[in-house]
Design a protein around this ligand. Structure first.
Ligand SMILES: [Zn+2]
Length: 110
């Protein structure tokens, strides 16, 4: 029997973080409204255009270090989801970037 969302206790969980897709969306949209990662994304969006490939890379490079500093794995997971949505970069790609050492070598330097 599928695991049930820890928040609404009715829908099946959508990932390994224990929430259904609806509740994850709510967490991302509401709980993170004033989160450091949300602020970092807002600031990066003013400087980098996610509609272009270089802009997306710079955006991710600017925000990933902030996500890395989050100690709680569930909170980090939700933040990656938020970054994926705002940047247009897939979550699995973001996870690869997260696993890289400090520098983000795939960002082209200006
Ligand atoms: Zn739920």
């Amino acid at each position: 029997m599928p695991e049930v969302c820890r928040s609404c206790r009715s829908l099946p969980v959508a990932s390994d973080v224990g929430y259904c897709r609806d509740c994850l969306d709510r967490l991302v949209g509401v709980a993170l409204a004033r989160h450091p990662v949300e602020r970092a994304i807002e600031q990066a969006l003013q400087r980098h255009d996610p509609r272009t490939l270089p802009g997306r890379k710079q955006l991710v490079a600017a925000v990933v270090p902030v996500v890395r500093r989050i100690a709680d794995p569930e909170e980090r997971d939700v933040c990656l989801r938020l970054l994926a949505r705002r940047s247009g970069v897939r979550e699995d790609v973001l996870r690869e970037v997260m696993a890289l050492p400090d520098a983000v070598p795939w960002v082209a330097r200006p």
